[in-house]
Design a protein around this ligand. Sequence first.
Ligand code: SF4
Length: 225
Amino acid sequence: MTDLSELNMEIITCRRCPRLVAHREQMARDKRRAYRQEAYWGRPVPSWGDPAARVLLVGLAPGAHGSNRTGRMFTGDGSADFLTPALFRAGFASQPTSIEAADGLRLDDLYVTAVVHCAPPDNKPSPAEVSNCRPYFHAHLAGLPLLRVVIALGQIAFQGVLETLRASGQGLPSPRPHFSHGGETAFPAFTLLASYHPSRQNTQTGRLTPPMFDRVFLRARELLR
Ligand code: SF4
């Protein structure tokens, strides 16, 4: 079984994607004006959460001034501001805010990862970069022995989960599942739930609302019963 601590130590030293290495470090040097006084993380962002989790939340990639700054996934940006209250309402988070790595937030029965661990330009990793990072995602699946539910946030995360399963020889249903918010696919090892990503692009346009998001986590709770 994968040791998650060792895996995360390996991830934070990774330089496999030259474009993403350059971008994450450039963002950490340039900084956003509001964070001028802060030391950015500027490295691959490790996964985190409850190692005994039955639910795995899969995001897209660190935000340039969110987790690439704070060093913790879904911490310190608009996506965190939308996601963390939902996790708190569903009983997966100890508090409704995720502001910085030392803010005391704890996750219960939930582990958080992403299909890409480095901040990409325009939040768009290339297919090759997603592929480069796939072994880490696969190792996370192997490192969570109690896993029952995987929640993919957004189309790229959803496809990333499917590709990881396909590449590991587990086979996919035919026809191949399509991404849709609230969609659900059962695999032998876990049930895959799909949700829109809680990016500002989705939450500020009303494409993803708190009740829509809550229903996904409520369904995860039902599947755990
Ligand atoms: S995106 Fe993944 S594979 Fe690429 S450099 Fe970052 S950690 Fe390594």
